[in-house]
Structure formats: C-alpha cells, structure tokens
Design a binder for this molecule. Sequence first.
Ligand SMILES: *[C@@H]1O[C@H](CO)[C@@H](O)[C@H](O)[C@H]1NC(C)=O
Ligand SMILES: *[C@@H]1O[C@H](CO)[C@@H](O)[C@H](O)[C@H]1NC(C)=O
Ligand SMILES: *[C@@H]1O[C@H](CO)[C@@H](O)[C@H](O)[C@H]1NC(C)=O
Ligand SMILES: *[C@@H]1O[C@H](CO)[C@@H](O)[C@H](O)[C@H]1NC(C)=O
Ligand SMILES: *[C@@H]1O[C@H](CO)[C@@H](O)[C@H](O)[C@H]1NC(C)=O
Length: 575
Amino acid sequence: MRFAFLTSLIALATGALAQSSSADAYVASESPIAKAGVLANIGPSGSKSSGAKAGVVIASPSTSNPNYLYTWTRDSSLVFKALIDQFTTGEDGSLRTLIDQFTSAEATLQQVSNPSGTVSTGGLGEPKFNIDETAFTGAWGRPQRDGPALRATAIITYANWLLANGNGTSYVTNTLWPIIKLDLDYVENNWNQSTFDLWEEINSSSFFTTAVQHRALREGATFASKIGQTSVVSGYTTQADNLLCFLQSYWNPTAGYVTANTGGGRSGKDSNTVLTSIHTFDPAAGCDAATFQPCSDKALSNLKFYVDSFRSVYSINSGIASNAAVAVGRYPEDSYQGGNPWYLSVSAVAEQLYDALIVWNKTGSLQVTSTSLAFFKQFDSSVATGTYASSSATYTTLTTGVKNFADGFLAINAKYTPSNGGLAEQFSRSNGAPLSAVDLTWSYAAALTSFAARNGKTYAGWGADKVTVPTSCSSGPGGAGVPVTFNVQATTTFGENIYITGNQAALQNWSPDSALLLSSANYPIWSITVTLPANTAIEYKYIRKFNGAVTWESDPNNSFTTPASGSVTRSDTWR
Ligand SMILES: *[C@@H]1O[C@H](CO)[C@@H](O)[C@H](O)[C@H]1NC(C)=O
Ligand SMILES: *[C@@H]1O[C@H](CO)[C@@H](O)[C@H](O)[C@H]1NC(C)=O
Ligand SMILES: *[C@@H]1O[C@H](CO)[C@@H](O)[C@H](O)[C@H]1NC(C)=O
Ligand SMILES: *[C@@H]1O[C@H](CO)[C@@H](O)[C@H](O)[C@H]1NC(C)=O
Ligand SMILES: *[C@@H]1O[C@H](CO)[C@@H](O)[C@H](O)[C@H]1NC(C)=O
C-alpha cells in the first residue's frame, strides 16, 4: 500500500520532470524554426511567400485543401504584433524594415475596395485579400471586425516605440496615425454590429472581437492624446466603456466559463476565449477579472472548462490523467478538416498559464476564489479559497503545479511536431500526424509568444489597470443603425414601379434584380424606409421597372452620409 503510494508519487514527479525537460528541449529546438517559419511567409523575400507584396503576410503556403495563400488582416496583425514586440524590446533589431513594409502594405490594403465596401463604407471589415494586394471577391464570412482592432494595436505598439526612441512626431503623426485612425474610427462606429468570429463561421457577437476592440480603443485614446489628436479621445473612450460593459455579458456565472459567441448554437467553449486572455494581457492589471486577465479567476475557471471539453473528444487524449495537459483545438464541436487539435490553441493555453505565473511572481501572492477553486484543486485537492503569499507552501505547490501543467501543453505540441519542426494548422485527433495547411504562420507566431512568456518576457500594457466597468451598458453608434426614409417624386404609367438600390447590403449592393420596391401609397411620392449603418457614406439610385425593362436614374449617384444616430429623410425627384 505504502509502497504503491510512493511509487505513484515518484511517477507523478517523474512525469512532471519529463514534461518540463521536454518543454525545455522543445523551446530550444523549435524557437529558431518558428522564427524562420514566420519570416518565410512574409513578402517580398520570404522563401515560401513568392508573389506576396512587401510586408504582406501569407497565412500558409498551402494552395489546395485548404488554399491559404491569402493575407488575412487578423493573422497578419497578430503575427506582426509578435515581431513588433521582439523589435521594440531589443530582441531582434533587424526587423525594422519589415515592420515598415507591413505598415505600408496595410495602408494600401485599407484603401482597396472589396466586397465589404470601400474604406469609408465598411471595407475595413474585409477579412482577407489576395497576396498581390487586390481584393478577394469570392463568397466569404464577412465582415470580421477584429482585424482593424488588432492592426491598430500592432501599429500603436510600434509608433509608441518610435516616439520613445527619438523618431520625432512627424512620421508617426503623418504616416502611422492616419492608418491607425481609420481602424479605430471603424471600431468606434461599428463594434455594435454583428461580425463573423475569428474562425470565420459564426455571424453574431464574439468575445475575442469585443475584447480586442476594447483594448484597441483604450490604447488608441491614450496614444491619440499623446500625439495631440485630442478630438477623437472622448469618442474612443465612450465606446471603450460600452465595449467593456458588453464584454462582461459573455461570462456565464452559473457554469463558470465564457460563452465565445452569442450565436452559433454550440457549447461556447472555444479557444477564442484563451486567445483573448493572452492577446489582451496587461502585466500591470494584476488578476483583473473584468478584462479577463490570464490569472483572473474567471479566465482560469474558463481555461479548465475549455481544456476539459477535449478530454473525451480526441482519441490521442485517452488515458491521460484528468488534471494533466491534453491536446486542444478550436472548440469541441469542430469538424473543419476533420475537427482536430490546433497547435496554436495548445500554445495559447500554455501562454495563458505562463502569463499567470509572471503576475503571481510579480505580486508575490496568489488568490484562490470560489470561481477558481476547481482550477486550483487540480494541483492540490485540499486547497481552500484564500490568498497565499509566495512564502507559503501552498503557493509553491500551486505554482509548481501550474508550471508543470503549462509545460505539459508545450510537451503535447513537442510530441506531435514532426522532426523538421514544421508547424501545420492541425494534428490528427486519432494519431497526432500533422494535418491541414502546412507552415501556418500563426502556428509559428503562437509558438514564439508562448516561449517568450515561459521565459518571463512581458510587453507594454494598454491601460487595463485603469478601467472601470460602467454600471449599465449602452449600445454603440452603429448598433441599431439609422432608419432612412427615401421619398422620391416620380410620375409613372400604369404597371410601372419605382425601386431603389445602392452601395449597402441593405440597399442590395447595386443589384437591379433585387432592388427594393417603393410604396406608391402617397403617389406621386414613392417611399421606403431602410435601416442603414451609422456614420457611413451612402450612394444610391432609383430605378424604374416596366414589363421587365429597367431604366436607371441619370448620373450622378445620389449620395449622403448617415449620422451617428437618429434618423434621416431624403426628399428626391426622379432624374
Ligand atoms: C522614423 O522612422 C521611420 C520608420 O522607420 C523612418 O522611415 C523615418 O525616416 C524615421 N524618421 C526619423 C526622423 O528618424
Ligand atoms: C450592442 O450593444 C448592446 C449593449 O451592450 C448589446 O446588448 C448588444 O448585444 C450589442 N449588439 C452587438 C451586435 O454587438
Ligand atoms: C449577420 O447577422 C446580421 C444580424 O442578424 C444580419 O443582418 C446580416 O445579414 C448577417 N450577415 C450574413 C452575411 O449572414
Ligand atoms: C520571479 O521573479 C524573480 C525576480 O523578481 C525572478 O528572479 C524569479 O526567477 C522569478 N521566478 C519565477 C518562477 O518566474
Ligand atoms: C455610381 O456608383 C456605381 C457603383 O459604385 C459606380 O459604378 C458608378 O460609376 C457611379 N456613378 C457615378 C456617376 O459616379
């Protein structure tokens, strides 16, 4: 009995040791491969990104099943945020030219008219482009409103470094600020409209998107003040407050986890939520739960529910102890490319835990609340709620347990990384073999940021330590949209009707076939009311249809810009 107990203790300790030495070895061997993997996928001279314009990040060199030879605003911005963090902290001073190419490529892409619109009519929400900087015009889950926020965050990080390092204000104000401002204005005006989530599948509201939008507007307001662009500050701050308020609504207090999307009909347990904690980590904010900091009780409870949701789903997880690391993917219901573990999701869990360890070490204590109790019981079944100083045995037991747990996730990736170190998008749920797109840029970047966190590296915060959740939530400017009544005076012959179409989805995107029929109840005034996005430049024309023949109004297009709120009446006469 006693002997068996000792043996199992030794086995446990040996298991933990094996995991941390496996993580050590993995960090050492994979770091240079992951860095080279990122750089190979960036134009103009990346070895695997031929055809990509300067500063354009390809998602993967894979051109079929799946074809990822495109540039996504989200992926590119997350990847460049990691490179900008390396550059600004002095880890790699050689990246400046590439970073400058990135900011200028993004400035170009912002101006490319695309199926989501032009730069002023919603085009910033377009998720992906061709790698020669032209629009991708195929069907897609659009818009995706996290991209502009993530891009602003990456570029603000770089701009802050330039300001602090003797670059003067003119380059930042004249070149970078216009790019940042377009993105932040877009977030300010459109955050309260539905979006496709980061996996491009669900059209609703999404935790990751809301959280990164909140972060971007907060640091955007601070940055704008710093460079004297004070006119935007109150608008950004007001919407940041609204976003922070809305962010709280994703927390499911009875279950103890975050529901990743308001739509979609799934469990809601999703890598989305773990990625949120690491990409909005602010080391100055401690374990703040309102911003779901990595060591907050809510984020730790959520992490446990998320991880546990994969234990019985993937057969490579079978036989693993219920408190040990397992392979994890995007969400347990996933079926894309077979629905497998993703390297970047595994890295993200490790990174959240390393971030938590950094903060506990810095504050010299760790708090167990009723919300995080089940998470901590994984490492000490007798632990009770309370605050444990770093001098206590409980602190040591818990932080050692968390560190081993985190290393266990890197050990999972290590186990399923092929011998050449290449990181695909997924690995098989049944045998661990790499699957789907090869050399996924985001997989490499996620490995690098998790390794940096394991080494205790932190980067500049964004003001998460200074926020307060408003007591009641308000909608944003674009929330309900603006009702616009179109009245046009037009005499018609019997059987002839007046329709409207224009540059918005709600106006049928210039399609004469699906143009909206106006009512003739007040003939000769024809009328219709349509809800259009706020703060948006609208163009439209009326058309006549008679016995299948279509007659357009003469040029130019009618145009106006919707206000932030309220309603609009247009009084036109047929031309
Ligand atoms: C500021 O930095 C930008 C980007 O690297 C560079 O193009 C510009 O020449 C710099 N300006 C000054 C005054 O150093
Ligand atoms: C808009 O904001 C309100 C208030 O927070 C919220 O109830 C609603 O769900 C939001 N809608 C979207 C699409 O973000
Ligand atoms: C996304 O959802 C919104 C709100 O329900 C809807 O207005 C919009 O048409 C949807 N978009 C797509 C592409 O389904
Ligand atoms: C905690 O921080 C101290 C410096 O304050 C550092 O020397 C030590 O290595 C850190 N410990 C861990 C486990 O990160
Ligand atoms: C009206 O808008 C359409 C669609 O954007 C465009 O093709 C056309 O050139 C515009 N007409 C004028 C006169 O600007």
